[in-house]
Design a protein around this ligand. Structure first.
Ligand SMILES: Nc1nc2c(ncn2[C@@H]2O[C@H](COP(=O)(O)OP(=O)(O)OP(=O)(O)O)[C@@H](O)[C@H]2O)c(=O)[nH]1
Ligand SMILES: [Mg+2]
Length: 438
């Protein structure tokens, strides 16, 4: 009995000790409880963030559905916000080739590297007939070529008198005094040496000298994509054809798979921005514009950055042709060129002066102002289809010592031609009986 009582006592003691030492969670000190709760939250956040981090991986790992539309080829317009596709480095494994990417059904990575081999922006058409057609006014009886041809009919004798008549025609076609002298020097020399010249020899001499004059420093470089993006600035007085030339060039480039961004740097007139926007819409390329009256330099800066972001090959930058004063305009142009250089080393890669061929001698004075302010790299001569004075190409290029790079022979994109001195002189001064005749 005593033993039983002792056992009961031991059990009761053990139970008392057990319940006295067992602590419920809510009995923990408040600080410890809150620490535990924080720990729970952190653990939850870590788990959530892990799940989020895994999302892009899952996206890139997702096998392409065959019903999905293929990614847009690089020739497709890159409009609006930058593409939402994951950055190339997020794609594992990397997709090196656009073709491979297209085959795999994933977006091609943006190629931001400069082309290893410079690419021509305008494929040469070598369409001598089209160029000659564009020069119809200059080839008519009352035009530059027509009048020269008539001279040989009315004065079949080749002598000093004929050279004076030729001189008159050249001067009357805005070839300019110095260039006219250059063109005629060889004929005159041959005459004084007593060499008998026939009509054919005179024509050949004129054509060869014209080509020599047009090949400033020996060669005319084509417009090329050397850097990525290649930045081309178009400057010139109002109405000379800057915006239209940009639109034509963009159309042609797009057709050959060259992506461009148009910079609406003429913030002076709202209509100018709109005009470029219409071209952008038509061509299917990005147009970067500022707010009304925005600083044109900032528009050019943003355009270069946008081109870098989307991997465009070329930036075609439009500028104003008129500001409150001439000094203002030139100052603005200088600032634009400087800002382009800040946005991208080496930019602008080309500064093209756009000249309206129908403005004659006035064009020269205007051109000189731009030349003093900027490091021009060439001339775009527009509206040659609208003048009978096609010879002015020779005068303006020679006087400015600047190569003509593009010529506009009409309003359509196909009327814009890369300038080739031989081809052009043949179209301007070639006889109908030549192989290039209409
Ligand atoms: N016939 C012909 N017309 C042209 C050619 N190039 C441009 N034009 C026309 O010339 C006019 C003026 O062209 P724009 O491109 O607006 O000239 P711009 O230099 O941008 O003028 P601003 O914006 O005022 O500085 C337009 O009606 C064009 O269609 C060309 O080669 N031939
Ligand atoms: Mg314009």
């Amino acid at each position: 009995m005593e033993i039983l009582l002792v056992l009961i006592g031991v059990v009761v003691f053990a139970l008392v000790v057990y319940f006295a030492t067992k602590k419920k969670p809510e009995q923990l000190p408040p600080a410890e409880t809150s620490r535990l709760r924080e720990g729970d939250k952190t653990a939850k956040r870590t788990a959530e963030s892990r799940a989020t981090d895994q999302k892009p991986e899952r996206r890139s790992e997702r096998p392409p559905k065959t019903s999905e539309r293929p990614p847009k080829p690089s020739a497709e317009p890159t409009r609006g916000a930058p593409p939402a596709e994951p950055a190339p480095e997020e794609l594992a494994p990397a997709v090196p080739e656009p073709e491979a990417a297209a085959a795999a059904g994933v977006a091609a990575p943006i190629d931001r590297s400069a082309p290893a081999v410079p690419r021509r922006l305008l494929e040469p058409t070598h369409d001598a007939r089209a160029i000659r057609r564009g020069l119809t006014k200059s080839r008519e009886a009352s035009g530059f070529f027509g009048r020269l041809r008539a001279l040989f009919k009315t004065k079949p004798e080749i002598g000093a008198e004929l050279t004076i008549e030729i001189e008159d025609v050249l001067l009357g076609s805005d070839v300019g005094v110095a260039t006219t002298e250059t063109l005629l020097a060889r004929v005159r020399e041959e005459l004084t040496r007593g060499e008998i010249l026939d009509e054919k020899k005179v024509w050949r001499s004129l054509r060869e000298e014209a080509v020599r004059v047009l090949k400033i420093d020996g060669a005319v470089r084509p417009l090329e994509c050397r850097a990525k993006p290649t930045v081309i600035l178009f400057v010139g007085v109002n109405g000379s054809g800057k915006t239209t030339t940009i639109g034509k060039l963009a159309t042609r480039m797009k057709a050959s798979g060259i992506e461009c961004v148009l910079a609406a740097g003429d913030t002076f007139r709202a209509a100018a921005v709109q005009q470029l926007a219409v071209w952008g819409e038509r061509v299917g390329c990005e147009v970067v514009r500022g707010k009304d009256g925005a600083d044109p330099s900032s528009v050019i800066f943003d355009s270069i950055k946008k081109a870098e972001e989307v991997g465009a090959d070329v930036v075609l930058a439009d500028t104003a042709g008129r500001l409150h004063t001439k000094a203002n305009l030139m100052g603005e142009m200088k600032k634009i060129a400087k800002t382009a250089a800040k946005a991208l080393d080496g930019a602008p890669h080309e500064i093209l002066l756009v000249i309206d061929a129908t403005t004659g001698q006035n064009a020269l004075a205007q051109a000189r102002e731009f030349q003093e302010a900027l490091a021009l790299t060439g001339i775009v001569l527009t509206k040659l289809d609208g003048t009978a004075k096609g010879g002015m190409v020779l005068g303006i290029s020679d006087a400015l010592r600047l190569p003509v790079r593009l010529v506009g022979l009409g309003e359509r994109p196909s009327d814009l031609h890369e300038f080739d001195p031989e081809e052009f002189v043949e179209a301007l001064l070639g006889k109908e009986t030549d192989s290039t005749a209409r």
